[in-house]
Design a protein around this ligand. Structure first.
Ligand code: GDP
Ligand code: MG
Length: 443
């Protein structure tokens, strides 16, 4: 999957202080293959990879993120962009009712969606009316009636007197009915054929002209992959539409259709459907879809947390000390780094959000946050001189510090030993950089 491939290629970047041209090329190649395998349209793949490459090349080595994380961030941001950026809301008519027309191939999920959308509007306090203007399929009207009943929404169906057999008349009649009976939203379900054909397009265009919709939504099955793009283009030319609804996302996690459609048609994806139940439906959020495609948990949350918690200035100070430019690494620095860690929230939780960090997650699973409290108490019981030059902490000083911080003297011994060990280890790591992926936090 896209996620596996990305994680694998990003693993090679980890621990690198700077990305070389070759690193970027290799990663770009992986991303390209992954996108093509996910059925993303070729022009979109090219555009995407070019954008990522360009930005990766220009990426500054920022305080909080290492190069691998920066590439993850860039890929995530470009995914969000290609998916449309912001969520686009339904444009409500100034003068109700707001008319929404659904178009798409047979089996795309229009009739199901009509009821989902109606329920969604109802839950927001609107009073929707469903209009059954698919007179093509024998059971279509009944299907909408059954779904409408489940959603608790009225359905306008063709009956003698309101245009039996003429979908355009039924649709027009539905909108008039809504006006009369004060429904503020009208959702018009239409017929779809199995393939794109001229008759279907003409009928949809006629319905559009008759009801003058505020939004025409193109409903497309995400599982049809590459075909989604061709179908979308045909509907764009034949009927025109304002927004897209992706259905059956429960069956396709690859996201190929989602990534292609927005950039090919220039129309936003507005809603997503992921199941047969009426509640398996939501407004479409580009950022959530991007995270889902990357399958890395909430990447943005991670990055925000890291950026907030991490004080680049302090890191620079610590790094200077490690390389011998800012004096010896002291117990104060040691404590400061531990407190930085805690600021980032539960360590194990953060590790869980990082792609490819499983190995460290295990290692850190028994990291005890209360340990930080004890360390803090002990170090605060030391004099500034002791913190600056821990070598002077002899037996009697250790006993005094233990009394002052309310711990056993063995815990003080333990801490001092660990500090010297950490300092030694960090010196050997200096320049190489601690736990990869956890900037400024020495391993
Ligand atoms: P229409 O021909 O465009 O009106 O499509 P339908 O609404 O009749 O849906 C066709 C089939 O797809 C039905 O069996 C639906 O239950 C199913 N379906 C619709 N939306 C979804 C979805 O989001 N996920 C899944 N798994 N099935 C769906
Ligand atoms: Mg239908």
């Amino acid at each position: 999957t896209l996620s596996d491939r990305l994680t694998a290629s990003l693993k090679n970047l980890r621990g690198k202080g700077r990305l070389s041209e070759a690193d970027i090329d290799a990663t770009a190649r992986e991303i390209r293959i992954a996108l093509l395998e996910a059925d993303v349209a070729l022009p979109v793949v090219k555009q995407f990879v070019a954008a990522v490459k360009e930005r990766a090349r220009g990426a500054e080595v920022s305080g909080a993120l290492n190069p691998a994380q920066q590439v993850v961030k860039i890929v995530h941001e470009e995914l969000v962009t290609i998916l449309g950026g912001e969520t686009r809301r339904v444009r409500m008519a100034k003068q109700p009712p707001t008319v929404i027309m659904l178009a798409g191939l047979q089996g795309a999920g229009k009739t199901t969606l009509a009821a989902k959308l109606a329920l969604w509007f109802k839950e927001q306090g609107n009073s929707p009316l469903l209009v059954a203007a698919d007179l093509q399929r024998p059971n279509a009207v009944n299907q909408l009636q059954v779904n409408g009943e489940r959603a608790g929404v009225k359905v306008w169906a063709p009956e003698p007197g309101n245009g039996v057999g003429d979908p355009v008349a039924v649709a027009r009649g539905g909108v008039e009915e809504a006006r009369r009976t004060l429904h503020d939203v009208v959702i018009v379900d239409t017929a779809g054929r199995l393939g794109v054909d001229a008759d279907l397009m003409q009928q949809a265009a006629d319905i559009r002209d008759a009801v003058d919709p505020d939004e025409v939504l193109f409903v497309v099955d995400a599982m049809i992959g590459q075909d989604a793009v061709n179908t979308a283009q045909a509907f764009l030319d034949g009927v025109g539409f304002d927004g897209v609804v992706l259905t059956k996302l429960d069956g396709d996690a690859r996201g190929g259709a989602a990534l292609s459609i927005r950039s090919i048609t220039g129309r936003p994806i507005m809603f997503a459907s992921a199941g047969e139940k009426l509640t398996d439906f939501d407004t479409f959020h580009p950022d959530r879809m991007a995270s889902r495609i990357l399958d890395m948990g909430d990447v943005l949350t991670l990055i925000e947390q890291a950026e907030k918690a991490f004080d680049a200035e302090q890191a620079a100070k610590a790094a200077a000390k490690l390389t011998g430019q800012g004096g010896e690494f002291t117990l104060d620095d040691f404590l400061e780094q531990m407190l930085q860690l805690r600021k980032m929230g539960s360590l194990t939780k953060i590790m869980g959000m990082l792609p490819g960090m499983g190995q460290f997650r295990d290692q850190l699973a028994n990291f005890d946050e209360r340990e930080i409290d004890r360390v803090q108490a002990i170090i605060r019981s030391m004099t500034p001189a002791e913190r600056n030059d821990p070598k002077m902490i002899d037996g009697s000083r250790r006993a005094r510090i233990a009394r002052g911080s309310g711990v056993h003297v063995s815990e003080v011994n333990n801490l001092v030993e660990r500090f010297f060990e950490a300092r030694k280890m960090m010196k050997s790591l200096a320049g190489g950089g601690g736990i990869p992926g956890m900037p400024g936090i020495p391993g």
